[in-house]
Design a protein around this ligand. Sequence first.
Ligand code: AHR
Length: 512
Amino acid sequence: MKKIVFLIGLLSAKHLSAQNSIIIHADKGKDIIDKNIYGHFAEHLGHCIYGGFYVGDSNKTIPHKDGVRLDVIDALKKLKIPVLRWPGGCFADTYHWRDGVGPKKERPSMLNIWWGNVKEDNSFGTNEFLNMCELLGAEPYLSGNVGSGTPQELADWVKYTTHPNGSSPMTDLRQKYGRPNPWKVKFWGLGNEAWGCGGNMKAEFYANIYRQYATFMTNWNNSDRLYRIASGASDDDYHWTEVMMRDIPANMYDALGLHHYSVINWSKKGSATNFSEQEYFITMQRALQMEELVTKHSAIMDKYDPQKKKHLAVDEWGGWYDVEPGTNGAFLFQQNTMRDAMIAGTNLNIFNNHCDRVKMANLAQAINVLQAVILTKEEKMILTPTYHVMEMYTVHHDATLLPSEVKSNKYILGKDTLTAIWASASKDKNGLTHISIVNVDAKQAQPVSISINGANYKAVSGRILTSDKLQNHNSFENPNKIVPSVYNGAKLNGSNLNLTIPPFSVVVLELK
Ligand code: AHR
């Protein structure tokens, strides 16, 4: 008998060691998860703007307001889209904003040299974008042309968009072109990828150029201060961050960018839908590298700015694969599967957990490009698994981060391992606690026990995004194959919870 009890003891001990555990410190919340972490990015690239957001004001088949698709507006409002970056990307450093204002028939056309050399007729310009942001209830983030523009041109764009009426020829122009009052434009990027398509500059050179451009970008007359974002590092280019922090005076910037894409291999990216577990594993290695990147770039910023007054803006992130067969290679149109849900769920948890420094992130890109939340085909529109993760995580917008410690099992493939469980927790303004948990393991369901210090709960409810194949995705033929569903699998006992998360799934719990 004794032997049997001992055996049961051993077995349960073994079962316990296979248990993932999360400790949440509900009594230690202090940092706010800035809702701008849930930001998006819209470039003049492929069908992000034209055909995605904008179908032209004379379109007779697709419901629109001033040419902006209403189905898209509706879907993005449900995401509570907080901020939208525009017009690029690489395009931004070729863009001259004066080409895109005024009567449409007088606007010049140009070639979009970065993205397929297609004709850009400038029918979607500053007024169209800023009015669209108002319709969306999102803050605009304008990416200025530093690579091929001038300080004057950028300073004039600030005046055209934000300065009070009657204060310059630019504000007269704004009124002439039909906008009676300034817009609210707080977020300004000074160039994009200055180390690459934005001018192939060295860090030291860009820091000097940045200072010059920033000097003339002012809105002293306006109570809303500009928030200036310096073009940031690519991936693990820590030298770039070091130089920006060292060489740009603190009063000249508010945030530093960072770009990181989850790409298997730049010369062999692989299919978005037809991929092996090995390819999934590598994509997730790249995606989870975000934790290290944010930690290390922040550590450099800490040296110069220990009070964390300067922010990290991860203003491009997401998965990047081969384009869909039969589509223009320069348009970056790719499908979106449960793999993308894993990238989104883990990266958003990482940003939440680093919200003391990361105050903005912009998924690349909103519609029809890279890891899009929306795909369109003429009058049809579908929502991707990434959209659903973003929607499930809206509960974290502007909530207080509850610090957490995760002890996770490994997701094992051959000799390689990855951390299986990624989580973050927050408390919202109504006192509700939310925990988002991702199991990236492609094969194993993961049992998770959660204990919450400093709080006691009476009820738990949940939602889950899951599917039976990693490669599953929504299509125009089957738009609702992957949608969130109710999750009743969490058992609550005061301040303790137990649940099991299926492979490659995202769960969001609500506790009250
Ligand atoms: O998002 C697509 C491109 O990726 C952007 O234009 C550029 O900034 C980045 O290299």
